[in-house]
Design a protein around this ligand. Structure first.
Ligand SMILES: O=P(O)(O)OC[C@@H](O)[C@@H](O)c1c[nH]c2ccccc12
Length: 235
């Protein structure tokens, strides 16, 4: 099943899910003096196919933030939060998202399966985040999900540096779920790293901090395009 979120990601020249996140895990501001509206406009101008909105309060988010972003753009939106029940999924839909983060680390297998079913029934793409091989085995309905490898550890509130080797090791298992959208998420810190992950076989990337902090998004995207063009694709 294709949804606006997966369609946009598949069709994108640059398959980057650009993230609106107000603060990092230590409470430091990430918008750099820009308003939410300006941040959304900046991502749209850079050609983002879809956006992620962090509503989790660890990162300064609220449900209102998702509503605000939805009122500013018609791009498909992913809600990133620690969703644990069906009511939150309904609310996510009401607020205008088209995809929702389900964090395998936080959810027992039966709950992950139930929330995946419920999200799909509501027309939301499950964006299932995994961090190890055991979590990958708990993904259900893989062909209808985005399956994202989180390069950071949510158990340490993502404070430690990213481990891109994790994605490389897990990619075959992630593909084995049947997903058409293996994504690499978190801790992507340069255009070269982003290009390398796509070269390794990820079909999309989720990037927050690095793009929010980039002095020029145009320059970042140009460097990314150059890095991609000079890297052979290994598939
Ligand atoms: O800013 P980064 O390192 O590019 O990471 C983005 C995103 O993956 C991160 O914000 C995130 C990963 N898992 C989450 C769960 C809830 C909220 C946010 C997140």
């Amino acid at each position: 099943m294709n949804t606006p979120f997966t369609e946009a990601l598949t069709a994108a020249a640059r398959p980057l899910v650009m993230e609106v996140k107000l603060r990092d895990a230590d409470g430091r501001d990430l918008l750099g003096g820009r308003s939410v509206a300006e941040t959304v406009a900046r991502f749209e101008t850079a050609g983002a196919p879809c956006l992620s909105v962090v509503t989790g309060r660890w990162f300064g988010g609220t449900e209102n933030l998702l509503g605000e972003v939805a009122s500013r753009t018609s791009l498909p939106l992913l809600r990133k939060d620690f969703v644990t029940n069906a009511r939150q999924l309904e609310r996510t839909r009401e607020l205008g998202a088209s995809a929702v983060l389900l964090t395998a680390r936080l959810l027992p297998a039966s709950i992950l399966a139930r929330l995946t079913d419920r999200a799909l029934a509501l027309g939301l793409t499950p964006f299932v985040e995994v961090a190890d091989a055991a979590e990958v085995t708990r993904v259900v309905r893989g062909p209808e999900c985005v399956v994202a490898v989180n390069n950071k550890d949510i158990a340490t509130r993502e404070r430690l540096p990213a481990d891109p080797a994790r994605g490389r090791a897990l990619l075959p298992a992630v593909r084995g779920t049947g997903t058409r959208h293996p994504v690499s998420a978190s801790g992507i810190t340069s255009p070269a790293m982003a290009a390398r992950l796509l070269g390794e076989g990820f079909t999309g990337l989720l990037i927050g901090t690095e793009l929010l902090r980039a002095p020029s998004l145009t320059a970042w995207c140009a460097a990314f395009d150059t890095a991609r063009a000079t890297r052979p694709q290994v598939r």
